[in-house]
Every structure is written in structure tokens, then in C-alpha cells.
Design a protein around this ligand. Structure first.
Ligand SMILES: C[S@@+](CC[C@H](N)C(=O)[O-])C[C@H]1O[C@@H](n2cnc3c(N)ncnc32)[C@H](O)[C@@H]1O
Length: 264
């Protein structure tokens, strides 16, 4: 079953990821009067920044609760954004309607990447651009997510899925996937720094992330769920402590890929 990102609390993670939307919107400028589509808008980070630049913004997400939060944030700032319920695999907008398509750590979760890429290409205007971000393997945040994913797979006797994942950060995989749609791709590496009070506080915050809440609910169905949850927390704390760059608090530096696709 697909994760509902409205589960638990994505909000604090959204604040930590905001600098990435700032980078993406900066790269997308000038935006005044241009049509922007934010795919997987979450709490509206990129959509709101683009609207503040004078873009005509449509923002799509499958998570109803996050669309509500994003809508409230837009209203508080007096920004006009059209929020639509939808999925990257079937975007609720017409062909060639977006001058700029943005997707900050969102389309990467589409269960059928080829279908999502076809949709991104379909909705992009003839001279438009797609800018998306993805996590490469190996960064501390990715390590934490992978550790949790492997633990859950082990507990529930499932394959951990490492091999099957599409390389949204990988220039070769992206070029091969976008080429049939007539798009060329550039990939740039950037870094996101995430700070917190301590590794413990960061792991505590992470426990309310939608993925963690879904995992905790699954573990709670088992008779040994409490011990398993403790074991998982200990493993995540070990990864967070090992990655920590600040002896007096918590800081991790995460590489990410900024992918720009346009018609060749
Ligand atoms: C890590 S959050 C990023 C949210 C936002 N872009 C940001 O930068 O804060 C991932 C988002 O992708 C959305 N998402 C998950 N699967 C999706 C799909 N198949 N199509 C579109 N969005 C999806 C989630 O609902 C969630 O809002």
C-alpha cells in the first residue's frame, strides 16, 4: 500500500527541506507571469516561493492533509496557488501547460517512474523545463531511511528493494528515461545541511515522519512490536551519531542531485 504523507507529521521535515526549494526556485527564475507546476508539493515549499515570485502556480499532491496545510500557508501569506489532489503518475493538468515543472524530493516516490517521467514530459510546454531533486545513495539522511527500510524488510521477511529503485539521481538512468520523450538532462550536485539539538532529538523528531509512523504502526501489530521498535530506534541513533558533524549538537551534510530536463 502506498504511503499517505499526511500521516504523522511531515511539517518539521518540510522546514528542514525548505532550502532545497529555495535553490530550485532560484534556478527556475525568472518566474513572473510564468506557469509553474509543483508536483508533490507537500506543505507547499516550492509552490509558495514560486507564487511569491509572481508565477501562476498549480500544486499537486496525493496527500489531502498536506494540501490543506499548504493551502493555509498560502492564504496566510496572501498568495494565490491552485492546489489539486493528484499523483505524478496521472497529473491533473493539460498537455504542455507548464513553463516550469518543479518536484522537490517528490516525484522520486512515484511507484512507476517511467509513467511519472512521461507525465512530467507531457505537461511541460514546448520551451519549458523540469527541475527535480533526488537523494543519491550514501548521504546521512538516506542512510537513516535505508537503515529503517532494511530493518522493516528484515522483520517482515520482504526483499529490501534496493535493487529495484530507479536512479533519480543518476545521470545515465535519467538520460535513458527522458530521451524517448525528446528531453535532455543535466544533473548538478548540491548539499543540504540539517541541524538539530542532538542526535537523540533528531531521531525523536524523525519518529513522527510519515514513513516512521507507518513503520511504527506495522510493528505495533506484532507481539514483539515494542522490543522491535526499541531496536530500530537504537539502530537509527547509531547511524545519526556516526554521521554527526557537531560534538555539541547535531549537524549532517547531505548531498542531493538537482536534475534539469528540457527538450533537446
Ligand atoms: C519529502 S515530501 C516533499 C514535499 C515538498 N516537495 C517539499 O519539498 O517539502 C514528498 C512528497 O511527495 C508526495 N508524493 C508521494 N508520492 C507521490 C506521487 N506518486 N506523486 C506525487 N507526489 C507524491 C508526498 O505526498 C509528499 O508530499
Amino acid at each position: 500500500m502506498e504511503l499517505d504523507w499526511g500521516t504523522g507529521s511531515y511539517e518539521e521535515t518540510g522546514v528542514q527541506l525548505l532550502p532545497v526549494s529555495e535553490v530550485v526556485v532560484e534556478l527556475a527564475k525568472p518566474l513572473a507571469g510564468r506557469k509553474v507546476l509543483d508536483v508533490g508539493c507537500g506543505t507547499g515549499n516550492a509552490a509558495l516561493l514560486a507564487a511569491a515570485e509572481g508565477a501562476e502556480v498549480t500544486a499537486v499532491d496525493p496527500a489531502a492533509r498536506l494540501l490543506e496545510v499548504a493551502g493555509e500557508r498560502a492564504a496566510q501569506r496572501g498568495l494565490q496557488v491552485e492546489f489539486l489532489s493528484g499523483d505524478a503518475g496521472g497529473l491533473p493538468v493539460g498537455d504542455g501547460t507548464a513553463d516550469v515543472v518543479l518536484s522537490v524530493f517528490a516525484v522520486i516516490f512515484a511507484p512507476e517512474p517511467e509513467k511519472a517521467i512521461a507525465e512530467l514530459a507531457r505537461v511541460t510546454a514546448e520551451d519549458g523545463r523540469i527541475i527535480l531533486t533526488a537523494w543519491p545513495p550514501g548521504g546521512p539522511l538516506t542512510e537513516i531511511a535505508v537503515t529503517a527500510g532494511k530493518f522493516m524488510a528484515q522483520v517482515f521477511g520482504q526483499p529490501d528493494g534496493d535493487q529495484a529503485t530507479f536512479g533519480w539521481h543518476d545521470p545515465d538512468a535519467l538520460r535513458a528515461a527522458f530521451a524517448p520523450h525528446g528531453f535532455e538532462v543535466e544533473v548538478e550536485r548540491r548539499e543540504l545541511v540539517v541541524n538539530h539539538r542532538s542526535p537523540e532529538a533528531f531521531v525523536e523528531q524523525s519518529s513522527s515522519h510519515p514513513m516512521a509512523v507507518a513503520g511504527a504502526n506495522a510493528l505495533a501489530q506484532r507481539p514483539d512490536g515494542a522490543e522491535l521498535a526499541q531496536e530500530l530506534e537504537a539502530r537509527l541513533l547509531a547511524v545519526a551519531r556516526a554521521a554527526n558533524e557537531d560534538a555539541n549538537a547535531f549537524r549532517v551534510t547531505n548531498p542531493y542531485a538537482v536534475v534539469t530536463a528540457r527538450r533537446a
